[in-house]
Design a protein around this ligand. Structure first.
Ligand SMILES: [Fe+2]
Length: 224
């Protein structure tokens, strides 16, 4: 079963303030590309179910609500309201985007090491896959509060970089890096299984890392 990421459903209001502005698009919660229990024992089915069906669903619904308000504010040329909506747009839009990548970054057939061009680039930029893993694990584990650790691609320097983002700040919009592989360290991502031992969760993630997906994102990022 393939994920339906970024599937957009056209909504055509016949009346109301958006009536003459054309179609508006509504984001939908993407399906997981595997069952809720598929990543066990590394991530429990209970975590996956709540994380996807509650948390990601909420970001998706809230993003739609914010975009609706934004469209209304823009239609009224209400600059003050447009500005006031930006934090909610960043938070919910980031949550929607980050989790959409996260599900695909993992696979029940994941783990091991990357190969091909991605392996070559990791070796070039970090010395070895182990070094990259160690650096990303360390910086992600050390995030204060909630956030994400990322392996990203810098299209200006043509290099891989690791970075962290607070809250749901999306990597590309916040740091200018194309997101390739993300680790969610909000407590909702691990607490039911790992309690306060975040390092064990971060180390476990590597067992389900979907290098095929990461490689595909890498190839797309460096060719665009
Ligand atoms: Fe999350």
């Amino acid at each position: 079963m393939l994920a339906r990421f970024s599937r957009a459903v056209a909504r055509l209001p016949s009346t109301g303030i958006l009536g003459c502005t054309g179609a508006r698009f509504k984001h939908t919660l993407p399906d997981l590309p595997y069952d809720y229990n598929a990543l066990e024992p590394y991530i429990s089915a209970e975590i996956m179910k709540i994380h996807h069906s509650k948390h990601h669903a909420t970001y998706t619904n809230n993003l739609n609500a914010v975009e609706e308000k934004l469209a209304e504010a823009l239609a009224k040329n209400d600059v003050s309201s447009v500005i006031a909506l930006q934090p909610a747009l960043k938070f919910n839009g980031g949550g929607y985007l980050n989790h959409s990548i996260f599900w695909e970054n993992m696979s029940p057939n994941g783990g091991g090491d990357p190969s091909g061009d991605l392996l070559e680039q990791i070796n070039k930029d970090f010395g070895s896959v182990d070094n990259m893993r160690k650096q990303l694990s360390a910086i992600t584990t050390a995030i204060q509060g909630s956030g994400w650790g990322w392996l990203g691609y810098n299209q200006s320097t043509n290099k891989l970089q690791i970075a962290t983002c607070a809250n749901q700040d999306p990597l590309q919009a916040s740091a200018g890096l194309v997101p390739l592989f993300g680790i969610d360290v909000w407590e909702h991502a691990y607490y039911l299984q790992y309690k306060n031992v975040r390092p064990d969760y971060v180390n476990a993630i590597w067992n389900v890392a979907n290098w095929k997906d990461v490689e595909s994102r890498f190839q797309k990022a460096r060719s665009s």
